[in-house]
Design a protein around this ligand. Structure first.
Ligand code: SF4
Length: 402
């Protein structure tokens, strides 16, 4: 992807990283250097207060870059409030829940930023039994969560694929077909996507992480197993099959520029995505990227990304991601006020959460389904936001088009 004229002024990576980038094309598993990377979003971008923050119907890249650079709090508030108004007018004010069940943290891939990458030997691996998954789904169903997400690292053994098919059918059966099922299980052959769709899953999330193939290549090992093209192809296959299809990106990661983020928003629009989950990049200490020093103050930037995407795609579902909640206890609620309409409480059995990667050990995500439900309900009620209990809350961009 070619360099934009904006990237000169908006590169999140500083000069010190640029020299690193010149000398090193990407990370590797043997990388042990600590490299100082500072997010120049907070340090070096001049305020654009002299300009009016405006968006045309088409939301050009130039406009997106200006908005992402904006530091004037009044203008940012205005952007966020108008995104909320657009959401209310297009799809209503309700928030819908997806109970996340992590069925396994075993993965065959080695993405440089991910705590459950195959080469990370410092975590205990788990795979829930069928009974554990079905029990968690039952609790979600009885608690009024209209949908669940079955999430796991990427694996493609026949045994595992059959297990997922079996689980989808069983969960549909215990809820009389009423519990919506979203899958987040990585790249799979098209026939497996079809098999899972036929079994009863109707949404699939496959994060692209970055719409820039060059950046994608920097944050993944260079081999056919970690291919940007294959990832995009999978998104297209999921849409062809009829899945309500979701994707997402990380915000504020090393090497990323404001230009990249503007392109990420345009990518979502261009491929006609139905659901998006975008959140701040959080570094994991046991990963090659986690050794790079970054500034984690990216929540405001993430909120602007949510607000801008809501302007661009009024009817899609946008998630208030867990990573926002990890940076700010009210991060999810702030995302809802910026235009998000989906919240994904983690309802994986507590005994398993403690075995999972370090994020799951943080207090905000330790709650079980009922604690999660009560806290969330109270918090959203204080903001006057209603939860769509027992509703699927499907993306209107999918059900109505547009
Ligand atoms: S990001 Fe996904 S595919 Fe990559 S290592 Fe983590 S779980 Fe596996």
């Amino acid at each position: 992807m070619s360099e934009s004229k904006f990237s000169t002024h908006t590169n999140i990576v500083t000069d010190s990283n640029s020299s690193y980038s010149r000398s090193r094309d990407s990370l590797s598993d043997s990388d042990s250097n600590s490299v100082s990377i500072v997010n120049s979003y907070t340090d070096s971008i001049k305020t654009t207060s002299e300009k009016k923050l405006s968006l045309s119907n088409d939301c050009t890249k130039e406009e997106l870059v200006v908005c992402l650079q904006e530091r004037d709090s009044l203008k940012i508030d205005e952007l966020i409030q108008s995104a909320y108004r657009i959401k209310a007018e297009s799809i209503g004010k309700k928030v819908y829940l997806r109970g996340v069940i992590e069925i396994s943290n075993i993965c065959t891939k080695n993405c440089y930023y991910c705590g459950i990458r195959q080469l990370n030997s410092s975590i205990e691996r788990f795979e829930l039994t069928d009974d554990q998954v079905i029990e968690a789904a039952k609790i979600a169903w009885e608690s009024g969560y209209g949908s669940i997400i079955l999430k796991a690292g990427e694996r493609s053994s026949k045994r595992y694929q059959n297990k997922v098919s079996r689980l989808i059918k069983a969960i549909k059966e215990i809820s009389g077909g009423m519990l919506g099922i979203t899958l987040s299980l990585g790249e799979q052959p098209k026939e497996i996507y079809q098999e899972w769709f036929n079994a009863g899953a109707h949404r699939y999330i496959l994060r692209i992480e970055s719409s820039n193939p060059d950046l994608y290549a920097k944050i993944h090992p260079k081999n056919h197993h970690h291919s940007w093209d294959r990832r995009v192809q999978s998104l297209m296959e999921l849409k062809e099959i009829g899945f309500m299809t979701g994707s997402g990106v990380m915000i504020g990661m090393p090497y990323q520029t404001i230009s990249d983020l503007a392109d990420d928003l345009l990518f979502m629009k261009n491929i006609g995505i139905h659901m998006v989950g975008m959140g701040p990049y959080l570094k994991h200490p046991d990963t090659p990227m986690g050794k790079l020093i970054t500034e984690n103050q990216t929540l405001d930037l993430s909120l602007k990304m949510v607000a801008l995407l809501r302007h661009m795609m009024p009817k899609i579902n946008i998630a208030a991601t867990t990573s926002m909640q990890l940076i700010d206890p009210f991060g999810r609620e702030r995302a809802v006020l910026a235009g998000a309409n989906i919240i994904m409480p983690n309802i994986t059995p507590s005994v398993i959460k403690s075995k999972n990667h370090y994020l799951e050990k943080l207090p905000q995500v330790k709650d079980d389904a009922s604690e999660s439900k009560t806290k969330l309900e109270n918090s959203l009620a204080r903001m006057g936001i209603e939860i769509g209990w027992n509703e699927w809350g499907d993306s209107k961009a999918f059900t109505q088009g547009g």
